[in-house]
Ligand binder design. Structure first.
Ligand code: DQA
Length: 148
């Protein structure tokens, strides 16, 4: 079964409480539940982590190399300025899908830039929990195509 590491970045543990008009009413546990259900349907094995610390996210990316075939990451605000997370994604060379609950291009100017965007396979932004579910579909497709 293809293995996918899902990494949630800073402040995503606050979902359900935090800016619900932007991020919706589901909390992280409920989002993770939806991810696990969808992964089961798609025949993907998933491991999910969340961290508020840049170094821990970098380590989670490095560790995914020992286990995962692909990566799904929502780097939260680090998206907009963490060259270190960008370098970690580049280092592991796993097919990676970047995810955002909100449409980062429809928000403040500083959110419109993603420093990770150019090193990932693609970005899904603006569909709430569905962004993660579409990322699972994308990852499955990418892995299947690479085996053809
Ligand atoms: C986010 C968008 C980021 O700009 C923000 O800092 C987040 C969440 C999203 O999922 O929409 O923490 O990554």
């Amino acid at each position: 079964m293809p293995r996918v590491a899902v990494i949630h970045g800073p402040n995503l543990n606050m979902l359900g409480i935090r800016e619900t008009e932007v991020y919706g009413h589901l909390n992280l546990e409920q989002i993770n539940q939806r991810i696990l259900e969808r992964a089961k349907t798609l025949g993907l094995e998933v491991r999910i982590t969340q961290s508020n610390h840049e170094g821990e996210i970098i380590e989670a990316i490095h560790e995914s190399l020992q286990w995962a075939d692909a990566l799904i990451i929502n780097p939260g605000a680090y998206t907009h300025y963490s060259i270190a997370i960008r370098d970690a994604i580049t280092a592991v060379r796993l097919p990676t899908v970047e995810v955002h609950l909100s449409n980062i291009h429809a928000r403040e100017e500083f959110r419109r830039q993603s420093v990770t965007a150019s090193v990932v396979h693609g970005i899904i932004s603006g569909f709430g929990v569905m962004s993660y579910l579409m990322a699972l579909d994308a990852v499955k497709f990418i892995l299947e195509e690479s085996r053809r």
